[in-house]
Design a protein. Structure first.
Length: 252
């Protein structure tokens, strides 16, 4: 379910792999993180070196496309809660196409600035963003432009806060307590309770920290009248989040 740009000559050969990658990237790694709070949302970012260490045969990893994103957290999605809150007002055909990772989803209207931002922040943005919109954005109460604009603004603030933690700890264990301490330092006391992480196991190596997840208010309620979108303020307004894992490796 990888949705990577590949030459037309290879498209037929990799169609299954293309579908496989979207679903692996957007797979449920959240059994212990399910929220029932309909007034909240999750912002999810992925550390691709960890993902590729745990899923080395994934087409996005094998091709080097994820490595090409650099050593930075990449935007996975902005998900209205609860988890079942998906595909709002979406036809069955589009839902099936999206859930299978197919590439012929109806396009959405986005400005050049948002498209460029997604290309720099989200793996295979032209395709994964369509899946994210139909699966999650349609339940946000926002237009695609506003939905992805908010996700990009928040992802930038998360990267600034947490990228150094991942690069400093590469080749070592990253603990939930360290992640939450960084959140408290950057965003105020109590912010760490709104931050969790998920892990995937690599054969013979143990768990790697793959996702950072932040609990936020409902998507449509996040922006203030003056347009401010401040992560410090938003974390204080969100419910606490239970983390799926307490520690994991960061690839060297």
């Amino acid at each position: 379910m990888t949705v990577l740009s590949i030459s037309a000559a290879l498209a037929a050969v990799v169609a299954v792999a293309v579908a496989f990658s979207v679903h692996v990237l957007d797979a449920d790694r959240s059994s212990a993180l399910v929220s029932r709070d309909s007034d909240s949302s999750w912002l999810v970012l992925t550390w691709s070196p960890s993902f590729c260490r745990a899923q080395p045969t994934n087409a996005a990893c094998a091709s080097g496309d994820l490595a090409g994103m650099g050593r930075t957290l990449i935007l996975h999605g902005l998900w209205p809660q609860p988890r079942e809150n998906q595909y709002c007002g979406v036809s069955r055909r589009v839902q099936e196409e999206s859930s299978r990772g197919h590439r012929d989803l109806p396009p959405v209207e986005l400005s050049a600035g948002v498209r460029d931002g997604l290309a720099a922040t989200m793996a295979d943005a032209p395709n994964l963003s369509l899946h994210e919109w139909y699966a999650h954005g349609t339940c946000s109460g926002l237009t695609p432009e506003a939905f992805f604009g908010q996700a990009l603004t928040l992802a930038t603030q998360v990267r600034e806060a947490f990228d150094p933690l991942f690069t400093d700890d590469q080749g070592r264990q990253l603990t939930l307590s360290a992640l939450r301490s960084r959140a408290d330092e950057r965003f105020g006391s109590g912010a760490g309770e709104r931050v969790g992480m998920s892990c995937l196991n690599a054969a013979g190596e143990g768990p790697y920290v793959v996702d950072v997840r932040l609990s936020l208010p409902a998507v449509a309620a996040m922006r203030t009248v003056d347009g401010d979108l401040d992560l410090r303020r938003l974390l204080t307004q969100a419910p606490p989040l239970t983390s799926q894992c307490g520690h994991g490796l960061i690839p060297g």
